[in-house]
Design a protein around this ligand. Structure first.
Ligand code: BGC
Length: 820
């Protein structure tokens, strides 16, 4: 069928398929019955085509690092299925997920959006995710291919990675997704790879992806990440996104006419686009692009379950789980207590159906007898608190706020990130909007207004210009580097008085880099100080237990910028110290998108890492704290004692954050635990670490063979829950290699199993390894090589808790070309 359509297509029609129509849809060819389809982010929900922050509501699932911590392909497969339903509710046929870049530095703004520092764990989970999504007829888009491990200069930087490192660490998740899950789409990354944009990288997109791995789906660019007509298509990039065409369209037609691109190349790319449409069923039934909010009980339950399954208990001296009945007075403290921080920032944001804060979750769990007191203590926000309340927005046809508004609407939050304007008569490049709201301070004193804008904006309080986002506007880091840094203005306000706040917004006049985002975010807050820390300490002092909710939020853990360090922002460390000094029963609940340093660790009784687990956050927290469910998570990323112990933080700025437009992956394959183990750098918490509420006994491992052969070897271990509560245990299998001609990591994860067991129950962890699992990539030979010799299998609970070391000779050597 698609070939007969292709036959009838003109060159222009074929080319039209190779750019988006707009931000989220492809170009139809009505004459031949080729419909348009919609794509949507991804990865922790399906947002739809509306605003990044205020579109149609969607189910908000845990972020990828929380899924990485679950070590549960089965649950992630279920989540994939649920996500496919969500994508359908938004009229989308393609989900822009999963993100499988590797946790390299711990400072990547998108660390939260990636599963792990380990390629094997990442690959397993990505395969499960993709299988779940695609089984429902929705295409998954694995991203960002490849070398996008940081947000610094992300549109241009060259990730300089040697081939061995690529083959062993950064490519395997993509390879698994192609070979095992048949992923239908791949998104190239923004960055260059060894000097060439990945969207123009023939070796990457054609030789490795298609020829070696047999990929037959489409490659699309990251948004505005393709920069040429001939180079991209000749390299193997099918779809330029978003649309309308920038470097394709007429330019690509001309490139064909001039002989720079073969007609067959265009035809092959167009064919792959048609094949995608066929695979998602777009020819069977014309896609209905309407968006609906579908909030299902089963999604709620799965999200809640995943939240607890990814929660990592890092420390517990026995205080957890808390007994609901024996606690009279509970203090719930911290900047993450009453505000639900459910997801990271950037393109992964969605408008969640609802968000349960920890305070709400705890209240719901305890219902009656106990007294719960709350105090915020301090702030940690990077940007001023966003304005919440009724805002009237008037949209005008042109710049300058002239005449009567064309459209008026009311919203409840001071953040606008438009992909579509509310009226078809409004031009994104030439409109203006005036937002009017009232602000009534609760307390008297200095308040700070803040605003960041992609475009030009001014904020007035009672008619006085208070924040100027117009004069002297310069590009900063917000909104993917298209907005200015937050501008602020302080004013003295009186409690109870009504202030009229107005924001005037216009798109910018220039259009640098072709990226013309239209967005503005504004807010107001009363700075917190010593008195607020004191109030929190007082709250803690008067309680039986102090639950301290600290961490970051999606303004820190976000696409568009890396983190400045691995410390808790604001005065949170001080807050922890002071609360712990006032209450000996202090439990810290952390929410970050990656590792942090914990100088206060010795002073608190327990630490629970919750990450950003989606809309059921508070319920999942309460489930774990009160022991209704065990904390099922184990770290997917090493937590170093200090940032300087991290494998990418070598002191050489060329290795991180990069220098002169290049970031050199100089640590090569020694990423995460591969670095800590090999270089004997003791971590704060090792890879795979996490406590539960019960205990297990492991049997001696049994091996299916005493030496490696092409059949592989199966290792089985019986695990018995010898405690009196249900719980789960992670069994990891690493390989340690004899000396090779290259330096190899001390050990490398090759298989794992997570068993959920009732008290007294025994289960078997069955772990299979193949000759390829013994191998490293021999760049000279261009193949995976395992020399003959004495290998060891290491059976462990985490990278630092080794239970058994088994000798495994491999009498023959193996050489496997990448295109096996
Ligand atoms: C991100 C992608 C995302 C795309 C569309 C880009 O900024 O890097 O991950 O899918 O935007 O929102």
């Amino acid at each position: 069928m698609i070939d007969s359509i292709l036959e009838k297509m003109t060159l222009e029609e074929q080319v039209s398929l190779l750019s988006g129509a707009d931000f989220w849809t492809t170009v139809p060819v009505e004459r031949l019955g080729v419909p348009k389809i919609k794509v949507t982010d991804g990865p922790n929900g399906a947002r739809g085509a509306g605003s990044l922050v205020a579109g149609v509501k969607a189910a908000c699932f845990p972020v990828a690092i929380a899924l990485g911590a679950s070590w549960s392909p089965a649950l992630i497969r279920q989540m994939g299925t649920a996500l496919a339903r969500q994508a359908k509710s938004k009229g989308a046929a393609v989900l822009l997920a999963p993100t499988v870049n590797i946790h390299r530095s711990g400072l990547n703004g998108r660390n939260f959006e990636c599963y792990s520092e380990d390629p094997m764990l990442t690959g397993e989970l990505a395969v499960a995710y993709i299988e779940g999504v695609q089984a429902e007829g929705i295409a998954a888009t694995i991203k960002h291919f490849v070398g996008n491990e940081s947000e610094i200069e992300r549109q241009t930087i060259s990730s300089d990675i040697d081939e061995r490192t690529l083959r062993e660490i950064y490519l395997p998740p993509f390879e698994q997704a192609v070979r095992r899950a048949g992923v239908m789409a791949v998104m190239s990354s923004y960055n260059r790879l060894n000097g060439t944009y990945t969207s123009e990288h023939h070796w990457l997109l054609t030789k490795v992806l298609r020829e070696e791995w047999g990929f037959d789906g489409i490659v699309m660019s990251d948004w505005f990440g393709s920069h040429s007509a001939a180079e991209t298509i000749n390299a193997g990039l099918d779809l330029e996104m978003p649309g309308p065409a920038r470097d394709r369209g007429e330019k690509l037609v001309a490139a064909v006419r001039e002989g720079k691109v073969e007609p067959a190349t265009v035809r092959a790319a167009a064919r792959r686009m048609l094949l995608l449409l066929e695979r998602v069923g777009a020819f069977r039934k014309t896609p209905d692009l309407t968006e609906r909010a579908v909030d299902l009980t089963e999604d709620r339950a799965l999200i809640r379950r995943l939240g607890a399954e990814g929660a990592v208990l890092l420390k517990n001296d026995g205080i957890l789980p808390l007994a609901k009945t024996s606690l009279d007075r509970i203090a719930v403290i911290g900047p993450n207590a009453a505000t639900a921080r459910v997801m990271g920032g950037g393109s992964a944001q969605i408008a969640a159906h609802y968000m349960v804060s920890p305070l709400e979750g705890i209240r719901a769990a305890l219902s009656n007898a106990n007294s719960i007191s709350h105090s915020v203590g301090c702030r940690h926000n990077r940007l001023i608190d966003v304005f919440k309340g009724k805002i009237t927005v008037e949209y005008f046809k042109e710049r300058g706020f002239k005449g009567a508004p064309l459209h008026v609407e009311t919203v409840d939050k001071g953040e606008f990130f438009w992909f579509e304007l509310p009226s078809g008569q409004l031009e994104p490049a030439d409109f203006s909007a005036r937002m009017k709201m009232q602000f009534v301070p609760e307390e008297s004193g200095e308040h700070v207004f803040g605003m960041t804008n992609a475009g030009l904006a001014r904020l007035f309080v009672d008619g006085r210009l208070t924040v100027d986002g117009l004069d002297g506007w310069t590009r900063g880091e917000n909104y993917f580097g298209t907005a200015n840094d937050e501008q602020r203005g302080a004013v003295m306000l009186e409690a109870g008085r009504t202030y009229e706040v107005t924001v005037e917004y216009e798109p910018s006049i220039t259009n640098e880099d072709g990226i013309n985002l239209i967005a503005v975010r504004f807010g107001v807050e009363k700075p917190l100080g010593d008195a607020d820390i004191e109030a929190a300490v007082e709250t803690a002092r008067n309680a039986d237990v102090a639950l301290l909710f600290v961490g970051r939020d999606g303004e820190w853990d976000t696409e568009g910028l890396d983190l400045p360090n691995m410390r808790l922002p604001g005065r949170q460390e001080e807050l922890i110290e002071k609360v712990a000094a006032a209450n000996a029963n202090t439990v810290v609940v952390l929410q970050t998108g990656g590792p942090i340093e914990m100088p206060w660790l010795g002073k608190v009784r327990a630490v629970l890492q919750m990450w950003y687990p989606g809309q059921e956050l508070g319920n999942a927290v309460a489930d774990v704290l009160f022991g209704d469910v065990e904390p099922g998570g184990r770290l997917p990323q090493t937590f170093p004692k200090a940032l300087s112990d991290n494998s990418a933080i070598t002191g050489d700025l060329a290795v991180y954050p990069g220098k002169d437009g290049h970031v050199r992956y100089g640590e090569s394959v020694f990423v995460g635990y591969r670095h800590h183990d090999t270089r004997a750098v003791e971590p704060l918490f090792p890879f795979g670490y996490g406590l539960g509420y019960t205990r297990f006994r492991w049997s001696e491992p049994r091996l299916s063979a005493s030496e490696m052969s092409s059949e592989g070897v199966i290792v089985s271990i019986d695990v018995t829950n010898i405690g009196d509560r249900a719980g789960s245990e992670l069994v990891q299998l690493y390989v340690r290699s004899p000396k090779a001609k290259v330096e190899r990591p001390d050990k490398e994860l090759r298989a794992f199993a997570k068993l959920a067991l009732q008290p007294g129950e025994t289960g078997a962890a069955i772990l299979k390894i193949l000759p390829r699992d013994l191998a490293y990539f021999d760049a000279e030979a261009g193949a995976f090589r395992a020399e003959a010799g004495d290998y060891q299998l290491i059976v462990a609970a985490n990278a630092a808790d080794i239970r058994f070391v088994i000798d495994l000779p491999s009498p023959s050597s193996y050489l496997q070309p990448p295109s096996y």
